[in-house]
Design a protein around this ligand. Structure first.
Ligand SMILES: Nc1nc2c(c(=O)[nH]1)N[C@H]1C(S)=C(S)[C@@H](COP(=O)(O)O)O[C@H]1N2
Ligand SMILES: [Mo]
Length: 407
């Protein structure tokens, strides 16, 4: 009989350190066994997510939705994507949580408690669309490193908080302020306390917009921990990386913020188009600002089957970063011809818009694809196929498609 393969002394030592206590019968533990206490918890239970979501990474947690899960007008927590660069803070204490303003361009540093933020300033609620800059990355060729998002790293929830501009007004900022940078309480994957997982920001003009919030509620409740509890910067319409979760400090800068993931290829794309796979010099990379026009068919689910002669109702959402979507169309012939959809106005600026259409011109039985195409208020339409390649695979706003079979 083959001898059981027991764990080595040194591996047992590591596990003991991780667990913080002795594994009493550790010497008889099989070699490649991972103790239950160290296994990943069920993310769907842990974060209250729909079990139809896809987990792209567990360390750090990165979870995306599918198109049909995003059918709600206002995205509920259960289907909201999670994108973490580091480790979620533990033991958040709302009684001691504070928000500090500092940086070269504040008159004086200032600290607010959560209670002060909530009582001293007027509160606003907006529905704001947040899309990860890397949403759609999985389609790029040559492939781009990073989470292989398909289409589900977008959400449009209702956020409640105070205006960042009211806070900046109260703090007092100098004339030379050009950018704000956020700092947060999450931990770098290396657990090195001197490293930040991410520290991005926005130009002062974006910081001063009416809809730019320091939020403490999402969909009318405390923000879920994974989405930034107890405080989050929300800059709708920009890559969601600009919306710092677990916010505890804002630096008002006299230059473009140079925090973690503001430089190199992070959240930056070639200022001018480049050939796929090409090298781009540092100075030819531009920071992503407003996200491009895009849309999603959220009903029906791709693969729907219809009876011959039946018409098909489709619906979904469209968004265009800082702009509004002004036209929405669908095609059933791979983009050869387009028909218009009904398009609603946004409930407020920077919220996604709903579209719908009834398709009754399927000529006969067979396989079809429905493609959806949004056009923004400046006349720019979604590309039918992959847009410009870039080193990190950002900004894929190609038309969404669903498959339909008519039997
Ligand atoms: N503190 C902090 N804020 C963060 C991140 C992070 O890792 N840490 N990730 C950013 C990125 S890249 C995205 S796409 C969004 C994701 O927000 P969500 O997880 O609430 O959907 O949060 C942004 N804010
Ligand atoms: Mo992101």
């Amino acid at each position: 009989m083959k001898r059981r393969n027991f764990i080595t002394k040194s591996a047992l030592g590591t596990l003991t350190t991780l667990l913080g206590t002795e594994i009493v019968f550790g010497s008889t533990m099989p070699r490649d066994y991972n103790p239950l206490a160290l296994q990943d918890p069920d993310p769907f239970k842990l974060f209250n997510k729909d079990s139809g979501m896809s987990v792209l990474n567990t360390k750090p947690w990165n979870i995306e939705a599918t198109a049909h899960l995003l059918d709600d007008r206002v995205t509920p927590n259960s289907v909201m994507f999670i994108r973490n660069n580091g480790l979620i803070p533990e033991n958040v204490d709302i009684n001691t949580w504070s928000l500090t303003f500092d940086g070269e361009s504040v008159e004086n540093n200032k600290v607010y408690t959560l209670a002060e933020l909530k009582s001293k300033f007027k509160q606003y609620t907006y529905q704001l669309t947040l899309e990860c800059g890397g949403n759609g990355r999985s389609e790029f060729n040559p492939p781009a490193k990073g989470n292989q998002w398909t289409i589900g790293a977008v959400a449009s929830a209702e956020w409640t908080g105070v205006r960042l501009r009211d806070l900046l007004d109260d703090v007092g900022i100098k004339n030379d302020a050009v950018y704000i940078g956020y700092h947060a309480a999450d931990t770098h994957l290396s657990r090195n306390p001197d490293k930040e997982p991410i520290s991005r920001g926005v130009p002062i003009a974006k910081a001063l917009q009416e809809e730019t919030l320091i939020a403490f509620k999402m969909n009318g409740k405390d923000i879920p921990l994974a989405h930034g509890f107890p405080l989050r910067l929300i800059a709708g319409g920009w890559p969601a990386s600009a919306s710092g979760k677990w916010l505890n400090r804002i630096s008002v800068r006299n230059k473009i913020h140079d925090g973690a993931k503001m430089t190199g290829t992070s959240y930056r794309v070639p200022c001018k188009p480049v050939a796929p796979g090409g090298k781009v010099a540092e100075e030819d990379m531009c920071i992503i600002e407003s996200m491009p026009v895009k849309s999603l068919i959220t009903y029906p689910k791709s693969g729907a089957i219809l009876k011959d002669g039946q018409s098909l109702n489709i619906r979904g959402h469209a968004w265009a970063g800082e702009l509004e979507v002004s036209k929405m169309e669908y095609s059933i012939d791979f983009g050869a011809s387009w028909k218009s959809c009904t398009l609603e106005k946004p409930v407020n600026r920077l919220a996604w818009q709903h579209f719908s259409a009834t398709i009754s011109n399927f000529p006969k039985k067979g396989y079809y694809e429905v493609w959806a195409r949004a056009t923004d208020s400046q006349g720019l339409a979604q590309p039918m196929i992959l847009p410009g390649w870039n080193p990190k695979g950002y900004l894929n706003n190609a038309c969404h498609r669903i498959a339909i079979k008519i039997t």
